[in-house]
Structures are given as C-alpha cells and as structure tokens.
Design a protein around this ligand. Structure first.
Ligand SMILES: *Cc1c(COP(=O)(O)O)cnc(C)c1O
Length: 450
C-alpha cells in the first residue's frame, strides 16, 4: 500500500468517450497536442510531475530569496554534500542545463563521451559542443523480456577495447537508472568495474543521477551482498565512485523543477561556475528560487525512504503483471519509473511504418483517457532520402509513474482500459503522418488513422 495518505486533492478531468474522440481528432492524433484538462490519467512522464510532501510544502515557506548567499542554498548544499560526498555543488534550473555546462567545460570538440546509454538531452549536449556520444549498453539490454537483473549495465570489455585502441574518450557518464534502456538499473559491480577502467586510463567518471534512489533500491533487491543495506547507504556508495554528477532533480528529488552539478575537482568547478553565472544565475541559486532549493533539499532526504522505494518498485512490478494479464506484454524485469508495453506483440498486424506504439497510445486514450508516450518509430525513426521509413529498434508504449500521484485504483482503471483495447486489438489500424517537421517530429506531427 501507499506509505502516505492524501491531504490535498486535485479533481481529475472526466470526459465521455465522444469528448475524447473529438479531443483526439482536434489534436491531429498527437497526444502532445492534447490539453492536460483532456487527460484523465496522465502517464506521459515522471519528470516534474511528482507530488510534494507536507514537509516540502512547509519548506517552501521558509525559502530565502536573497540573490547571494541565500540560507536555502546552504541547506541544499549541505544535503547534497552529505549524500554525494562531492565538495563542489552547483544548482541549475534543470538537468539539461547541468549537462550543457559540464560538457562545455569538460569536453574538447572531437572527444568521445561514453555511456551505458546517453539520455536524449545528454546526447544533444555532447553533440552541441562538437563531441561524439557513444552508447555501450551491455548485451542483455537488447532483450526485452530477458531476465537479467541489471540490463542498465555498460559493456566494460567494449569500453576497455575502445581505450586500448587509443580513442580520445573525454568522459564516461553512467545513467542511473538507464532511462532509455527501459528504466533498468546499473549494478554496483558494474559501476566499480567502470571506475577501475577509468582510473587506468585517467578518464573522468560521472553519474547522470536523475534516478539515483531507484537505482540504489534495485541494487538492494537484486545484487548479492546488498540485501541488508539501506538504499541511502547504497546511494552514497554509488556517488563515492564518481568524480561528480549531473542530475535532473525533477525525478528523484520529487519536486517540479531543478537540476544539479556536483564535482570533486576544484579547477573544473571554477570553470563550470563561470558559465553558470553567465547562463543560469549566481552560484547560490543557479536559475532556481530559494524556495525551490528548500523543496529539493527536503525531497532528497525523503526519496531514499525504504518504505517509499519499496512501494514504488512493487507498484511498477504489479502494474506490469496486471497489464500483461490484460494482454499488454511489458519489458521485464520492470524498473521503477515506468512500464514499457511491447506494442509489436499487441498489434502484430501494424507495421513499424504505421507506428504501432502510437496507435496503442491513441487507443488507450480513447478507451480510458490515459496518456502514455510512444517510444518507437514515430519518436526515433525518420524518413530516409528514398522516402522509406527508418525503423526504431523497438515499438514501445511507455506508461510513466509520477511519484506519489496516482493510487492503485487509478492504475486499475488503466489496466481495465488496456484489457478493453487488447480485446479489440485486431480491428485497430495504424497511423500515417500528414504533416511533420524534419527533426523531433513526434512533438508536433499531425497524423490520421491509416
Ligand atoms: C530527465 C533526464 C535528463 C534531463 O533533465 P531535465 O531536467 O529534463 O532537463 C537527463 N538525464 C536523464 C537520465 C533524465 O531522466
């Protein structure tokens, strides 16, 4: 059960099927174009959508909005410092701002950033400064229903051979958990192995720590030797291995906005601080209000609560099991922040060029007002020179789980909607694009049923 009770409520938009059908039509069958008041259960993302605790709302009220030297910054700095052990702490307004600042100061054009998988904004920020983002996920990552417990791991042999060949690697960034790879965790053994390789070749090692607490919890559940550790202790060990981190605090700080850079190197910190002042703000607020820093500090203390993390992980596993019974097979094992439905297996008659995961997302909205996110050929494919559609490796529908927002009965509604969709799967058609920009087309594309 949820280890919290509800003190403040927000009504859900309840629409009729006719209203949803009309909304979908006027959104040109693109769920990005829906208004939030047209969505009943919004599982679009877990980013910035969490519910703050009473202690976080209280912390907002004591926020110090001084431009320089705000008390709220020192609280934030102390909390982050105790968690990470890193001495230099720079707030930013979001994770991507942290990435831009770090890579600008760390990488030279032509250098390679290696990751288990770069998050899309991380990749974009490496490429913006002329670097090359190289993903080296472990082999098990490609098997959607493989039972490997740590499919977020990096292929250490590949990293070793890359460095032995003399490739100019400017940094290694481990994304915990591995969002792009289905929210799969990275093991402590893998982090340690990567650290050793980085040490041998004098390569700096960073965490992209957006979901550090979820990764730490999954280590306590899945890695031999960590059964009796507290998630907080495991998180501290993860940070201890790194030279620093970048993080989106819109995830595991359970607040609506915020980002972070932490560093061991005073020299690198000085360069980052210079860029921070020019583009985000003075280093004691970094583009955030004092009250945001207070809420973030409180959220970082709450997120490693074992009861909260157990509830979150168990909910994701339960949700994946229930969806599977309803005819929506999911990527296994489930992580924490989302479940990923394998749309190819629900709609085998819809080819990739007709966007099966998108079709499933539209049907789930029509059926129950549920908004999910296509992770397939609409988002990651593109039209080739000869007009053919380049296909994504998988056709997944991501149902993200905002933190502390929806109860099990909300998710039961999603499962019932999924069952109704899968019962008529054979009659569901794909989609075709009528209008789209050349890049990042999924945000604004217009589509029609094919
Ligand atoms: C969300 C996210 C980011 C980007 O952070 P924003 O706060 O959205 O800018 C980077 N890396 C990972 C792993 C993320 O999940």
């Amino acid at each position: 059960m949820e280890p919290f009770k509800i003190k403040m409520v927000e009504p859900l938009p309840m629409l009729s099927r006719e209203q949803r059908a009309a909304a979908l039509r006027s959104a040109d069958y693109n769920l990005f174009r829906l208004g939030a008041d047209q969505v009943t259960i919004d599982l679009f993302t877990d980013s910035g959508t969490g519910a703050m605790s009473a202690a976080q709302w209280a912390a907002l009220m004591v926020g110090d909005e001084s431009y320089a030297g705000a008390r709220s910054f020192f609280r934030f700095e102390r909390v982050v410092g105790e968690l990470t052990g890193h001495p230099h702490i720079l707030p930013t307004h979001q994770g991507r701002a942290a990435e831009r600042i770090l890579f600008s100061c760390l990488l030279r054009p032509g250098q390679v950033s290696v990751s288990n998988t770069h998050f899309d904004t991380t990749r974009a920020n490496v490429e913006l400064i002329g670097g090359r983002a190289l993903d080296l996920p472990c082999r098990a990552a490609a098997e959607l229903d493989g039972k490997e417990p740590f499919k977020g791991n990096l292929d250490v042999e590949e990293l070793e051979s890359l460095l032995a060949r003399g490739v100019d690697v400017g940094c290694v960034v481990m994304t915990v958990t591995n969002n792009a790879g289905g929210g799969q965790p990275v093991s402590m053994a893998n982090l340690e192995a990567v650290r050793r390789v980085c040490d041998r070749h004098a390569v700096p090692f960073f965490l992209d720590a957006a979901r550090f607490a979820e990764n730490a919890y999954l280590i306590t559940q899945r890695e031999p030797g960590y059964e009796s550790r507290a998630p907080r202790q495991v998180a501290e060990e993860m940070f201890a291995l790194a030279d620093g981190c970048v993080a989106s605090l819109k995830k595991d700080a359970i607040a609506n906005i915020g980002g972070l850079i932490t560093l061991r190197s005073a020299e690198l910190a000085a360069r980052c601080r210079e860029l921070l002042i020019a583009t985000e703000g003075f280093p004691t607020y970094g583009g955030l209000a004092g009250r945001d820093l207070e809420a973030l500090a409180q959220g970082l203390l709450e997120v490693t609560d074992p009861a909260y993390l157990r509830h979150r992980a168990d909910t994701a596993t339960w949700f994946a099991d229930e969806l599977e019974s309803a005819g929506f097979p999911c990527v296994r094992p489930a992580g924490c922040h989302a479940v990923y439905v394998d749309a190819r297996r629900v709609l085998p008659h819809v080819p990739a060029r007709r966007f099966p995961a998108h079709a499933l997302a539209c049907e789930l909205y029509l059926e129950g007002g549920v908004r999910g996110f296509e992770v397939g050929t609409l988002s990651f494919g593109r039209v080739l020179e000869d007009g053919r559609e380049e296909e994504a490796p998988h056709e997944l529908l991501r149902l993200a789980l905002p933190r502390r927002v929806y109860t099990r009965s909300h998710l039961e509604h999603v499962v019932r909607s999924a069952a109704a969709v899968s019962a008529r799967a054979g009659s569901i058609s794909g989609y075709r694009i009528t209008e789209a920009p050349r890049s990042l087309r999924h945000f604004t594309a217009k589509l029609v049923p094919a």
